[in-house]
Design a protein around this ligand. Structure first.
Ligand SMILES: [Zn+2]
Length: 489
């Protein structure tokens, strides 16, 4: 490099590079900044005596910029009398810092050059430009939060890992490796939710078994709800936008991509469990209250013939008489329930249990259940196919191959079918419910003994659609033939 500025001696220049968050994809890496600055110094006729680089320091992080401090020290020692920098926003992080630089220029006669335009800090105009550029840089720093939000969304779409916070349950600290002991719990929990077991029942059971969350905390129903409903456990990435005024995340986000981590449960089971858990009509569980829970309310149907000879069909509910729990066709004003059937709750529960266990002991029954589950896999394929058609239609409209009106007409029947199939899908998967339960009659009896009524109900509804209760024969004290089972398979 040669001295080219006549009256001045060759300036000893320091190049200062700083990596900040990528600005709008400009990708100004250190190498690029340094190259540009070296070219700039050559144009200015400056000798590059040092390069100072601060790595990835954000404007608001408050971290010490070591290289920047060293550069200032070098200036103070009189070793450097020119600074080349790519942009003023690389040089200073705040108006105060800029004033320091201006002061330095005054006291030491330091010259400043930027690749993006020359700034002469010795003149009022140059200082004003520098201050404006500094203000612009600050403005950008303030918008960083907004950018980061966008980046999280991009990361979500790319199926990458969201960092920070406690590791997700079911995965190791790296968020990629499955922790098998926890994964097994997730699979069990999802099976139980799909079997209509309540979250508080699962939660109680997990607490008794000393199963804890990723931070070692006992589970709460709300936490289980989020865990089972998260797309993460099915190896998918979910984007849940949350505005600043919202304190809690919505339960379900938009599934944006397959993730880089492996799945613990299938997409299919995840879709089902998400559907079940987000269903506002989901049965609120009343267990834990001191009231006796009636295992079969809603399952038993009154079978007393009406005037037209057809059975009453009303769902029977639990009503004790003289302290004895019974199921009755309710005497509810304003309904056409006949109020003409009643059965002893305890004996009925026992009878239904024995019938269900006997059915489950039968290989033929289980075989038929498995066939039904295969049918539900077809249902799942139907749902996926319809979802794809909807997507394609939307794309066609977006690209104006079809009109908005055509799009509306085309999508309506598909959406209706989708809604129906999704609802059906949420109800099936019976084999999954029963896995881990089915065995010999004695085994099942022992397991049944340890189950709470929510779990028992799940087993029953996996096998039986409903049970009709015929009117009692007054000559018989207990008549099992009154009960007509509508088996699912
Ligand atoms: Zn009735």
């Amino acid at each position: 490099m040669t001295n080219s500025t006549g009256t001045r001696s060759t300036r000893r220049a320091a190049i200062y590079c700083r990596i900040s968050q990528d600005r709008g994809g400009a990708g100004l890496g250190v190498t690029r900044q340094e190259e540009d600055c070296r070219a700039l110094c050559a144009r200015m006729g400056w000798d590059v005596v040092a390069v100072y680089t601060d790595n990835d320091v954000s404007a608001y992080s408050g971290a010490v910029r070591r290289a920047w401090q060293e550069l200032l020290a070098a200036v103070s020692r009189g070793e450097v009398d020119a600074i080349a920098v790519w942009h003023v926003d690389r040089l200073t992080r705040s108006p105060r810092e800029l004033e320091d630089v201006i002061d330095l220029a005054d006291r030491r006669g330091v010259e400043l050059a930027t690749v993006s335009g020359e700034i002469d800090l010795a003149t009022p105009t140059g200082r004003m430009v520098a201050r404006m550029l500094g203000a612009a840089a600050r403005h950008e720093a303030e918008h960083k939060a907004e950018r980061q939000k966008r980046q999280r969304r991009q990361a979500a779409e790319a199926g990458r890992i969201a960092g920070g916070g406690t590791r997700p349950y079911g995965y190791e600290e790296d968020r990629l490796t499955i922790r098998e002991s926890e994964a097994e719990m997730i699979r069990e929990g999802v099976r139980r939710v799909l079997a209509n077991e309540s979250l508080s029942s699962i939660c109680r059971d997990w607490r008794e078994r000393k199963i804890v969350g990723p931070a070692g905390q006992p589970w709460k129903p709300g936490g289980l709800r989020r865990l089972f409903a998260s797309a993460r456990i099915s190896g998918r990435r979910e984007h849940t936008p949350r505005s600043s005024w919202e304190t809690t995340r919505p339960l379900l986000g938009e599934i944006v991509a397959d993730a880089v981590w492996p799945e613990i449960i299938s997409h299919e089971d995840s879709d089902r469990v998400r559907k079940v858990l987000s269903d506002p009509t989901r049965r609120r569980n009343v267990e834990g209250s001191t009231k006796r829970s009636y295992l079969l309310s809603g399952v038993l149907r009154c079978g007393k013939p009406k005037a037209d000879g057809k059975p009453c069909g009303w769902g029977m509910s639990g009503r004790p008489r003289s302290g004895v729990p019974r199921y009755v066709c309710p005497n509810t004003p304003g309904t056409d329930a006949c109020a003409g059937t009643a059965t002893n709750a305890e004996r009925t529960d026992d009878h239904v249990r024995d019938m269900v266990l006997a059915a489950l002991e039968s290989p033929t029954f289980m075989e038929r259940l498995r066939e039904q589950d295969t049918a539900s896999t077809d249902l799942y394929d139907d749902v996926r196919a319809d979802e794809q058609v909807l997507e394609e239609l939307a794309r066609d409209m977006g690209e104006r191959r079809i009109s908005r009106k055509e799009w509306m007409i085309a999508r309506q029947p598909i959406e209706e079918r989708l809604e129906r199939n999704r609802a059906r899908l949420a109800k099936v998967s019976r084999v999954a419910v029963l896995s881990g339960f089915v065995g010999t009659f004695e085994d099942m009896q022992a397991r049944w003994q340890r189950m709470n009524s929510s779990q028992r109900r799940a087993i029953i509804t996996a096998c039986v659609r409903s049970i009709e209760v015929r009117p009692a024969d007054p000559r018989k004290r207990w008549d099992p033939d009154r009960f007509v089972f509508d088996w699912v398979a």
